[in-house]
Design a protein around this ligand. Sequence first.
Ligand code: FAD
Length: 346
Amino acid sequence: MRAAGARLSVVGARLCVVGGGVLGLAVAADAVKAGWRVTLLEREPALCRVASGASFAWANAHAKRPASYAALSRAGLRRHAEASATGSEPWFTAMAADAWGTRVVEGGAVDVAAFARAHARAIRDHGGVVRTGASVVRVDTDADGARVVLDSGEPVVADTVVLAAGVATPALLDGLGTAQRLAVLGPIGALARVRWPSGWAGGLVLGDELSVRPDGDDRLLLQSLSLERALVDEALPLDERAAWRRLRELAQRHGLPLGDDDLLELRFAHRPLPPDGLPIAGWAAERVYAVVAHSGVTLAPALGRLVVAELGGEPQPELQRCRPPGSVPNHSQKEHTHGKEHTHGH
Ligand SMILES: Cc1cc2nc3c(=O)[nH]c(=O)nc-3n(C[C@H](O)[C@H](O)[C@H](O)COP(=O)(O)OP(=O)(O)OC[C@H]3O[C@@H](n4cnc5c(N)ncnc54)[C@H](O)[C@@H]3O)c2cc1C
């Protein structure tokens, strides 16, 4: 199916997106609307279960440096607000925050599960495929195309591949024999979803010991940077009960009265974190584009749009500082930019 306004150069070309976190979903949803035939492959049994599912998901441009990164974050915020408002299930709630004692009015909370549902629906509605429980072990490329190989041995054939596998992206690139290793394994994070205790007024508060925000009408999300540091410094096992005990103590110190059985869910995940803190977005090998970002929840809608423009052969100045190490020119785009329709089978 061809979306109105889709550029002819990519219509019908096959795009395989590896990773069903916020970044993979954002790229896949924009790509399918631009005319790509998209298959998204996610290893977990459900979408957004890794970093995206453990995210505090405060979309913001607060204290972001350099200016280009702040601008990208603002573009993400704008697009969250616009796109969320037009769908049947909004995922973004604009919300002022008290962040480290500073009032931040520009920003909001992203409901990651709703974001995932909306994007998966958009991909499928435009004829794309979303597969969970599909673990990619290898990507092979040659002059004719790419084969994304699943652990079952099944190949998914594509013209172009986007690796949006978060902290697992470097391992997939290694298999391609890329010249320089990507390092994106950031610190461990922990996120708790708890019952909203009576007496808690609400609002979005961020601090070193405790960050709190509403998650719907009857739950809160809690995160503690000091607890996360302790997990690393004291080499604590990633044990849900032990982390919850500490988090509960911190919460009580901050006037949040939580009972032992108020914990609904606790998730651990490493943050994808490129060494300079800026996103990585670019051609990492022939036919293979990589996208990894810290603050990926904030950036996903902006990166989705920019990455899809680059997949279509239009380099985006906003991403000029984001190239992966050993970035390659994109030979695979030559065939997409001659204005021909692809005739390959799916
Ligand atoms: C505790 C915490 C708090 C955070 N707070 C914020 C915040 O407030 N604001 C903000 O903007 N950002 C925040 N972040 C960062 C943000 O969550 C991440 O930058 C973002 O989720 C990254 O999205 P992603 O899609 O790249 O990665 P992921 O969500 O990790 O998605 C990658 C996906 O790829 C899949 N995958 C990996 N390997 C394979 C394979 N071989 N085959 C198939 N699939 C594969 C994984 O299963 C995973 O689902 C936070 C992160 C954490 C951990």
